[in-house]
Design a protein around this ligand. Structure first.
Ligand SMILES: [Fe+2]
Ligand SMILES: [Fe+2]
Length: 319
């Protein structure tokens, strides 16, 4: 497959010496990321105070980022109920994060398996797997600490995960990682800035933001290189595939169970959220950086942008 040819070519050229070129740049980037990882890696199990008391009136994410904010249903809720819903929405986002990290780890391990571990590029991929292992453990601990009932993904997500394993498409793994990491990064940066929020939620966000910046710095140039080498027919498929992945990943973020847990009728609440312009705006805001990057590369263009708009990931009225 073209994936393997690509990986082998890059791996071979990387050992050819310091001459400039995509493979040498790839090694330099990986070397820098390995250095930063050695200096700034965190152990959330010992660095976070998991036993600190939780204030039920504090929000976990900024109120205006809760999916029902600004709707009549939101206005009918008590402050504590709104705060509780914000906690469940963060927990649901975190649960989706675990699902995505597991899919990403599988993709990265496969990438390493097909690469040469004497390259810094492959060594960094393993370092990223180690980061994601700690993150998923941290996320699971957050769920159990806050009483969220499950980290199982929906059936839709399980199908998407199986499809990803089956297609064995490393380029899609990197593109999906950029989308999900930028999307969650945007929300988590807002959480870090807002000191009225739950300290536990902010501590989790802080560690994740620090370590994810490296992952984005690894995936972006890799996607650029792979996209540049991709044939026109494959690009056409890739545009549609990534739009579908983004749309399904965002749909996974808010599990309908959060509304029932907050004491609301799930069907009514889902409809209210789907039609809520504040919620559509939040999704477009969090997707902005990834969308900009994909647009610059030409992965989002006139042929695929309608899918992004329909998923509220591009500003403007959803179709
Ligand atoms: Fe992560
Ligand atoms: Fe990551």
């Amino acid at each position: 497959m073209s994936e393997r040819t690509n990986g082998t070519t890059n791996g071979t050229t990387a050992t050819a010496g310091p001459s400039a070129g995509p493979a040498a740049e790839r090694e330099l980037n990986a070397e820098r990321l390995l250095r930063v990882s050695a200096r700034h890696s965190h152990d959330p199990l010992t660095e976070i105070d998991w036993d600190a008391p939780q204030d039920p009136d504090r929000f976990a994410i900024p109120p205006h980022r809760v999916s029902l904010y600004g709707t009549p249903l939101w206005d009918s809720m008590t402050h504590r109920q709104q705060a509780r819903l914000s906690g469940y929405e963060l927990a649901s986002t975190i649960s989706a994060g675990i699902w995505f990290e597991l899919v990403l780890m599988e993709g990265l391990v496969r990438h390493v398996y097909e690469s040469d571990l004497t390259t810094k590029h492959a060594q960094y991929a393993l370092t990223e797997v180690a980061d994601e292992c700690r993150h998923s453990t941290m996320f699971a601990r957050y769920l159990t600490t806050t009483g969220y009932p499950s980290a199982r993904p929906t059936r839709r997500a399980q199908r998407l995960g199986r499809l990803h394993f089956l297609l064995n498409d490393t380029t899609m793994t990197f593109a999906g990682a950029i989308f999900v990491e930028e999307y969650t990064d945007a929300l988590q940066r807002e959480m870090i800035r807002d000191d009225s929020l739950q300290p536990l939620a902010r501590a989790v966000a802080r560690i994740h933001v620090i370590e994810e910046a490296r992952h984005i710095g690894y995936a972006k140039p890799e996607l650029e290189r792979r996209w540049a080498a991709m044939s026109a027919p494959r690009r056409a498929l890739f545009r549609q595939g990534l739009a579908l992945l983004a749309q399904q990943s965002v749909a996974e973020v808010i599990h309908p169970r959060v509304y029932a847990l907050a004491g609301l009728d799930p069907a009514t609440a889902r409809r209210a959220a789907a039609a809520n312009p504040h919620w559509q705006r939040s999704k477009a805001d969090w997707a902005r950086k990834a969308v900009l990057f994909f647009t610059e590369l030409g992965i989002i263009d006139r042929r695929s942008e309608y899918r992004w708009r329909r998923a509220s990931l591009l500003p403007g009225a959803p179709g």
